[in-house]
Design a protein around this ligand. Structure first.
Ligand SMILES: O=P(O)(O)OC[C@H](O)CO
Length: 452
């Protein structure tokens, strides 16, 4: 454990050098967590690229779907558990370690055919992968709260959040290239689909080295003053800074589990994730089954849903920083209100242009709230509890929201039809809007009584 203990600088940076050092290191650590988290996404869903070959080998869609569910199941739990561990760990080591482990699991799946030989084994291996995946978000959050103060954190977290889409976007071509290389060279004498694991894993290892070289745990770890002091921007009225590392008990019972606002946004996250994955996962089926458009056209709609999330996320961060001066609730409320309107249009539309447009609009407006919940979790607690707070919201989002999106909506549609399935999504969207509304006056760790 001592290997991961957050470091403390032996010497302070001289006052005249503080500004230049801060400027240089803020850019450097940001690049580290951006590229690092994109690296995590290279290795999160690449199994799906191996699935067509596994189906040909005799596995059913239901079996592979079951195996795949292990990733989000483990990811949700790990984001919370590893979030707790990461709050007392050096982010410079923690993030690259999780990425390295995720890459090693992928290399094992690439080189050991037995690991993709049965559903049970795949479930176990993917569970382990999901667990290591949970080591990416918490240290990134730790870096964001220590290097960026509250009135700029929205914009910076939003830009960082784009790493999700960059990593997810590069994953498919990389995995496909890996398959093509093995198919043409017959290297290692294994089936070509193993390339979907091997090439992204190799890039993941390179990214882990880059992340280690660039990330620095906290400003204090390199002899700089705390960010609040440097930028004169404080998260609470008495300007109290939490610079002492805390025990797990303190973090959990003093700052996270007894903070009613964390519970409000954790529950909000169930509904946000139900909308995010409910719309995304079921769009291809809905469009092909009900609207009778071909799969090629529906996969383009899916692609644009993802891409629209990039400007939407940036807009949400900017809005919460600049218009609402560090308050995330009003921005989340506004974004979810618009999502609700477009879910309503989407479920009632008959014209293909309107259907595609409303789907893209849902993509644009939903990723803002996805990012804002994580950001709000970081804001609401002392810096030393950031990973745990964000982890708890992630647990609720993945364990309940993503799970319900996959299982409950499918069952509801089977039993009562598409309209009922959409009513569930619409209801979730309204509830998320209300819950964001409840947090309207929150800014950092303070409730602003005069905020309008
Ligand atoms: O855990 P992920 O990858 O869904 O990311 C969550 C968002 O960044 C939370 O703000």
């Amino acid at each position: 454990m001592s290997l991961f203990t957050p470091p403390v600088a032996k010497k302070k940076v001289p006052t005249e050098k503080v500004d230049a050092t801060y400027k240089r290191l803020r850019l450097q650590v940001f690049l580290g967590i951006f590229v690092g988290y994109a690296g995590y996404y290279l290795l999160r869903n690449n199994f799906s690229l191996a699935m067509p070959a596994l189906i040909k080998a005799g596995f059913s869609k239901a079996e592979l779907g079951f195996a795949l569910s292990a990733v989000s199941l483990a990811y949700g739990i790990s984001k919370f558990v590893m979030g707790i561990v990461s709050d007392q760990s050096n982010a410079r080591l923690f993030l690259p370690l999780g990425l390295t482990m995720a890459a090693l699991v992928n290399l094992a799946m690439g080189f050991i055919p037995a690991l993709t030989g049965s559903v049970t084994i795949m479930f176990i291996v993917l569970f382990v992968l999901g667990w290591f995946q949970g080591m990416g978000w918490p240290p990134s959050g730790r870096v964001l709260v220590h290097w960026y103060s509250i009135n700029e954190r929205g914009g910076k977290t939003a830009i960082w959040n784009v790493a999700h889409n960059v990593g997810g976007g590069f994953m498919a071509p990389l995995a496909t290239a890996g398959i093509a290389i093995l198919a043409s060279t017959q290297l290692f004498g294994i089936s070509s689909y193993h390339g979907a694991f091997i090439l992204p894993a190799i890039i993941g290892l390179v990214v882990a080295v880059f992340a280690y070289l660039t990330i620095r745990d906290t400003p204090e770890s390199v002899g700089l003053p705390p960010i609040e002091e440097y930028r004169q921007d404080y998260p609470n009225e008495d300007h109290h800074l939490f610079e002492k590392e805390m025990t797990t008990k303190e973090i959990l019972f003093k700052y996270v589990l007894n903070n009613k606002w964390i519970w409000v946004i954790a529950v909000a996250n169930i509904f946000v994730y139900l909308v995010r994955y409910g719309v995304e996962n079921w769009a291809p089926t809905y469009l092909t089954e009900v609207k009778h458009i071909n799969l090629g056209a529906s996969s383009w709609a899916y692609f644009w849903y993802e891409m629209a999330g990039i400007p939407g996320t940036l807009f949400a961060g900017w809005m919460s920083d600049k218009i609402f001066k560090g308050r995330r609730g009003p921005a989340g409320f506004f974004f979810m209100l618009v999502v609700t309107v477009f879910v309503f249009i989407y479920m009632n539309a008959t014209n293909m242009g309107v259907i595609n447009f409303s789907l893209i609009m849902i993509g644009f407006w939903i990723y803002g709230p996805v990012m804002l919940i994580g950001l709000q979790a970081l804001d609401l607690v002392p810096k030393k509890a950031a990973g745990t707070a964000a982890g708890l919201t992630g647990l609720f989002g993945y364990f309940f929201g993503s799970f319900s999106a996959n299982a409950m909506i499918g069952a509801a549609v089977d039993a009562f039809g598409w309209n009922f399935g959409f009513q569930l999504i619409l209801g979730a969207s309204v509830l998320a809007t209300i819950l964001f509304g409840i947090t309207w006056n929150l800014r950092g760790q303070t409730v602003l009584h005069d905020a309008k």
